[in-house]
Design a binder for this molecule. Structure first.
Ligand code: IFM
Length: 457
């Protein structure tokens, strides 16, 4: 087992160790204090969409247990908390009247963190689109981008004086492709044209959001959280290598290129450009606003082979088999070296600002035995990936912090509650929290920071 003390010595004293969650996955209280449904409330209550038809009505009941959960974070020695803000609490219909009680909750959350010496990293959109906006087409409608801009401004006018950092979107890959092309996440669409519309409108919303944030709270560092894919070809043959490049454009380039270069990938546009929605004059300049930081969520690599079938649609790839034998309980291949090569490739391709690993972690579903959770495989997963992070810092990449996904077991989207990613075990019947072996280990590491000549941010 890697000793937290040895590992800590490989990071600078001001490296930030945090934990991450998202509103829909933990808050529950789905009808409290004026909140209205999001697309995930609707989706999870449809038959066949989410395992066991689990939903977010109660989740971890975090909304009602806020103070105790913040005490828990503090007790673990963690110095930063990444959480998301629920749009349907702030603007229950997406547009229209502001719900003050929704803002009050995040006031309490931010103030509670400050009082405990925990830095606040807020994400504005982690997939809980107000359901009313679906009536206009959700992300397939350009108007949703402007609704997001107003929401971003309202949040930052209220919380911007106390936030340490803000991200516009979490993993647009999921809310675009997984939600509109693969049909696995809400709203469950399976249509390329819908997905391309969601793509451009999400990118546009990001850019409009950055403008609003800078205007309302100029001193808060703004970023974007991307689950960039570490993509490998299934073989060394030219067809699979070409497939890998197409997959890069499709899964990564469509987000990185407009945000960091100001255009969509040429090969992607050549293949699918005629199906894109209107890209109005000025859109790409809006999307291409400079950022203070970006977040990388990494779990597992993607392996692709060429799809030779006639009429295969861009990126025309099929899944290639995993190379590493070890998998987490959700079936994801464990490959820490892919995190390293991914960061190297992205910094080679793009002019990127400071980096935070905003999510990394593993699903293991062991329960409580004799009052404890022995989740050694999760601990090992963290240790191996953090070791790669220490290498990246040593090589000079501007990696400033790391957030474990997740603080506690929670609603794992289409998997419902059956997949557990927490450092803390949640008994969903009693809402009792038990820090797992991995959580104690992570706390021992995080608790050593900040140290040396560095001051906490
Ligand atoms: O639970 C999710 C999170 O909401 C976004 N990133 C991946 C995690 C694990 O699937």
């Amino acid at each position: 087992m890697i000793d937290p003390k040895d590992l800590s010595a490989r990071f600078p004293g001001d490296f930030l160790f945090g934990v991450a969650t998202a509103a829909f996955q933990i808050e529950g209280a789905s009808k409290a204090d004026g909140r209205k449904p999001s697309i995930w409330d609707a989706f999870s209550n449809m038959p066949g969409r989410v395992h066991n038809r689990d939903n977010g009505d109660i989740a971890c009941d975090h909304y009602n247990r806020l103070e105790a959960d913040l005490d828990l974070i503090q007790s673990m020695g963690v110095k930063a908390y990444r959480f998301s803000i629920a749009w349907p609490r702030i603007l229950p219909d997406g547009t229209g009247p502001i719900n003050e009680k929704g803002l009050d909750f995040y006031d309490r959350l931010v103030d509670g963190c400050k009082a405990r010496g925990i830095q606040t990293f807020a994400t504005l959109y982690h997939w809980d689109l107000p359901l009313t906006l679906m009536g206009d087409g959700g992300w397939t409608a350009r108007s949703t981008a402007y609704a997001f801009q107003r929401y971003a401004r309202i949040v930052m006018e209220r919380l911007g004086d106390r936030l340490d950092s803000v991200a516009t979107f979490n993993e647009p890959w999921c809310s675009v492709w997984l939600s509109h092309l693969y049909g696995i996440h809400a709203p469950g669409e399976r249509n390329m044209e819908a997905a391309l519309a969601a793509l451009h409108h999400t990118n546009l919303a990001h850019g409009l959001g950055v403008e609003a944030i800078r205007d309302a709270a100029p001193s808060v560092p703004v970023g974007l959280v991307l689950n960039a894919h570490s993509i490998f070809p299934g073989s060394d043959g030219p067809a699979d290598r070409a497939a890998m490049l197409r997959a890069f454009d499709f899964h990564n380039g469509v987000f990185f290129d407009p945000v960091f270069k100001g255009h969509y990938p040429p090969a992607f546009m050549e293949a699918l450009g005629t199906q894109m929605p209107e890209i109005a004059e000025g859109d790409l300049a809006t999307i291409n606003r400079p950022l203070d930081w970006w977040g990388l969520n990494y779990y597992t690599p993607m392996r692709v082979a060429d799809d030779p079938s006639e009429g295969a649609v861009f990126p025309a790839t099929v899944a290639a088999p995993p190379v590493e034998e070890s998998r987490t309980d959700i079936g994801w291949e464990i490959c820490p070296s892919a995190l390293r090569s991914l960061v190297e490739e992205l910094y080679a391709r793009y002019d990127l600002p400071d980096l935070y690993i905003t999510e990394n972690g593993a699903a293991y579903n062991m329960g409580i035995e004799d009052g404890a959770v022995d989740d050694q495989p999760r601990l090992d997963y963290y240790a191996r990936h953090l070791s790669v992070c220490a290498d990246l810092v040593g090589e000079g990449y501007p990696l400033r912090g790391y957030f474990a996904w997740s603080l506690m077991d929670n609603f794992e989207w289409a998997e419902g509650y059956r997949m557990r990613f927490g450092l803390v075990h949640v008994d969903y019947e009693t809402q009792v929290r038990t820090i797992k072996k991995s959580g104690l280990w992570y706390g021992a590491l995080a608790g050593r920071f900040p140290h040396g000549n560095h001051k906490a941010g």
